[in-house]
Write a protein that binds this ligand. Structure first.
Ligand code: SF4
Ligand code: SF4
Length: 470
């Protein structure tokens, strides 16, 4: 029978009851090493999110998923719906990266970059700015309604709504050019769908970051529910060192805890007060822990004041705690078969995708046979097959293409074709192909239709087709 030691997941998913899981959480502010990292990630991700849609590139928006024209612009890259494979690969790579980071270091994504925690942190920052620190916020919520309370709450919600609407506008700005959107707002000329989506995403941000907060992580996010499958005994997690901390209890700073039969935990509860999900990490790793490391910073400050070594709560692994592993041994165990496999697959897929994108020919060719007539005899006695040709110029320069045909002796075009296609646009032509009647037997014969840019022979594509002989 597996026990807690041989079956690591059993220990990980054990959930200790907390006092009231639905009580409103008032996280106390905390500064420290990990909180600086969290804010660095918040600044980085939000500068990219709010700023990238304003970046001009080749006379248009650098990143734009233009649903109207069904073209996706990523800097120099122009992707069409036929390139949806790259989107699928991007999603697969994101999933692989998530598996890899989760297996190595637990809920890094949740704690540092997940939009839910990032926006919650930003909304919380505004809340503290207007309502004050934790005791003031608790007092204000408990107080009866008054002019002062109404004014403070109005100020907070005004700031929240402004940030939420800006977020909604920015999000929609990746699908409709952001400058058109803002002009539309100034001139009150936005279409109903644009208004709807800006309000929809604004309301989602306001609701999730202002009210749902940790409930989203606890009850709705599917990743929170299945991430433990990726954990093992060598996964880094926020861990309370029970052996060192217990028995917990208050004491004077000058007291010798061992002489008083105490561990290093002074039972100050600051690690609980700073927790954005309102849990007590001393009860063991719990589903509700989003890995924000606020409790590490909080406890380290308490340890500093008590002049005890830092790290009573720290990033560690179950094996490290049980076997007292050194930091270098913990790092060495990060490279284990499961993580190496994730890394190898991630590197292989990303390298192949990068190679494919770098060598991508910015031309797509579609050849469709004329459905009305398979083949016919022309007045000059030759046999004709008719095809519709559609070109997609996936670059941002206007191009002119020439068509060549091959595959049968004497196969030729009725007339030479030079097909023009505008930047990121389409070119069309009807091709009439001819051969002499004695060139091939009756039936279908494979042929090749090649389209080549007149100015750049490296931009060429060959499509296969069949030529029917009567
Ligand atoms: S237990 Fe610690 S790491 Fe987990 S959510 Fe609470 S404060 Fe963040
Ligand atoms: S902050 Fe540290 S010392 Fe204070 S209760 Fe939490 S674990 Fe114990």
């Amino acid at each position: 029978m597996p026990n807690a030691k041989t079956n690591p997941r059993r220990r990980v998913i054990e959930i200790k009851p907390i006092v009231d899981p639905d009580a409103k959480v008032y996280p106390r502010s905390i500064n420290g090493y990990f909180q600086r990292w969290r804010w660095a990630f918040i600044w980085l991700t939000q500068l990219v999110f709010y700023g990238l849609c304003w970046l001009p590139w080749n006379g248009r928006q650098a990143v734009l998923f233009d649903l109207d024209t069904r073209r996706f612009y990523l800097f120099d890259l122009v992707l069409w719906p036929q390139d949806a494979i790259y989107l699928a690969i991007l999603l697969a790579l994101s999933a692989l990266a998530l598996f890899l980071f989760t297996a190595v270091a637990g809920r890094l994504w949740c704690g540092y970059t997940c939009p839910q925690t990032v926006y919650t942190e930003m909304f919380l920052w505004l809340e503290k700015l207007v309502e004050g620190e934790r005791p003031k916020r608790m007092k204000l919520d408990a107080a009866p309604w008054s002019v002062h309370k109404l004014a403070v709450k109005t100020a907070k919600h005004t700031l929240w709504i402004a940030l939420a609407l800006w977020t909604g506008l920015t999000f929609v700005g990746y699908f409709t050019p952001i400058r058109d959107l803002t002009h539309g707002i100034v001139e009150l000329s936005l279409g109903p769908w644009e208004v709807f989506w800006v309000l929809f995403y604004g309301a989602a941000t306001y609701g999730n970051a202002g009210f749902m907060r940790e409930h989203m992580c606890k009850y709705i996010c599917p990743y929170a529910q299945f991430q433990f499958v990726m954990f093992d005994r060598d996964t880094l997690n926020i861990t309370y060192d029970r052996q060192r901390g217990e028995p917990r209890g208050p004491r004077r700073k000058i007291a010798d805890p061992r002489a008083e039969g105490l561990g290093d935990c002074v039972d100050c509860s600051i690690c609980v007060q700073v927790c954005p999900t309102g849990i007590d990490i001393r009860n063991g790793l719990q589903l509700e822990c989003i890995g924000c490391a606020a409790c590490i910073d909080a406890c380290d400050q308490v340890m500093d004041k008590m002049e005890y070594p830092r790290g009573l709560i720290r990033y560690s692994t179950e094996n490290a705690v049980d076997e007292s592993l050194s930091r270098s041994e913990i790092i060495r165990r990060a490279a284990r078969p499961r993580t190496l496999l994730y890394l190898a697959v991630f590197l292989a897929v990303s390298t192949a995708t990068a190679w494919s994108l770098l060598n991508r020919v910015p031309l797509k060719v579609s050849v469709i046979r004329d459905r009305a007539v398979l083949s016919r005899e022309a007045p000059d006695g030759s046999i004709e097959n008719v095809f519709s040709l559609q070109l997609t110029n996936a670059s941002e320069q206007a191009r002119t293409y020439r068509v060549h045909v091959a595959g049968l002796p004497g196969l030729r075009l009725e007339k030479a074709h030079e097909i023009e296609a505008p930047p990121a646009g389409l070119g069309k032509a009807v091709l009439v192909l001819k051969v002499d009647p004695e060139a091939a037997s009756a039936g279908a014969h494979p042929i090749q239709i090649t389209v080549e840019d007149i100015a750049d022979a490296s931009v060429r594509k060959t499509e296969k087709a069949s030529f029917w002989m009567p």
